[in-house]
Design a protein. Sequence first.
Length: 252
Amino acid sequence: MLIGISFKTWFSHARTLDWLRTVAATAATHEAVTSGLVRLFALPQFPTVPAALEIAGPAGIAVGAQDVAVHDEGPWTGEVSGAVLAELGATLAEIGHAERRAHFGETDDVVAAKVLAARRNGLTPVLCVGETEHSAHAADEVRAQVDRALAPARAAGLDGPLVVAYEPVWAIGAPEPAPVAHVRAVGSALRAHLAGLPDTRVIYGGSAGPGLLPEIAGAVDGMFLGRFAHDPAAVTAILDEALSTTTSGGAR
């Protein structure tokens, strides 16, 4: 089971490191993590990545970035390349989040180019997909999004680990996550669609927090957390849920 958090720009550098120290101390002793049932990852802002790696790495928490440049080097002022992220020790790159699409105009072509850049540099894409409106056709829409995003990397023969974060756009920032039945239906459809790809995980985001995992564990491989995990105690609660759910047979 995979549990991750993106801090967006909610936290300062210092607060991010304090959060990581607390969660790393929990991860070092919590049975869900020490037994290998759960893997944790964290995506801080770019300047925090090196310090985050020093804190999180010894506790087995993977660290990645919230974006990655299309290009590896060249006259691309302000960009952060996958090559540099990999050089630092980051192992993941979040790609295609709905906020990047809405606020920075990222298109399907840009998302696909970033997936290719991540794969080219040995980074695991955390590929965000999700329908804009609550729809009975959500599974078809997100399957198509995944296929478009992976097409250039597949054409280049660049396979590797993949995390697909299903985040219905209409649930991001909402008071509650998407309905359980909806998450289970789309999560199951994505897992079936990606079944032939090695080391691929489907996780749910979109107002995810404590209490949700036991309801959706059989249909997804974990959760992608946001503001409902800003308190480290919430992460502990979710680890408790993961351990209880898995040992009781609720997860795959």
